[in-house]
Design a protein around this ligand. Structure first.
Ligand SMILES: [Zn+2]
Length: 112
């Protein structure tokens, strides 16, 4: 997962969604407590996508301000609790419905 972010940084995005980083932080921080059935990159990305679709984006034009926006979110206890709840919900869904090849090794063969 790390190399994807390095790639995005290299592309110099004009807009930057700080919520992505916040969700990633929460996911990495709580991954052991979320009882994930699979911890591969695909499942992590699925969890992030589902959570990010439910959370309001926090776009900034200059990623240098990212740490300040993140700090403001961490200080907002109610907002932080809501993010953890949504990430937990997304993690439960993906754990019950993993779509990655790691958890579905025969899917591609059964269609033949
Ligand atoms: Zn997986």
């Amino acid at each position: 997962m790390k190399h994807i972010y390095q790639q995005l940084e290299r592309e110099k995005m004009a807009l930057y969604n700080v919520m992505e980083e916040i969700v990633r932080d929460v996911l990495l921080q709580y991954k052991d407590q979320l009882q994930l059935t699979c911890q591969c990159e695909r499942c992590f990305n699925d969890i992030m996508a589902i959570a990010l679709n439910e959370l309001p984006p926090r776009y900034i034009a200059n990623e240098e301000y990212g740490p300040y926006v993140r700090a403001a979110h961490v200080a907002d206890r109610q907002g932080a609790t809501n993010i953890i709840l949504i990430v937990t919900k997304a993690a439960t869904f993906v754990s019950n419905n993993p779509r990655c090849p790691v958890m579905n090794p025969v899917t591609s063969k059964t269609t033949v």
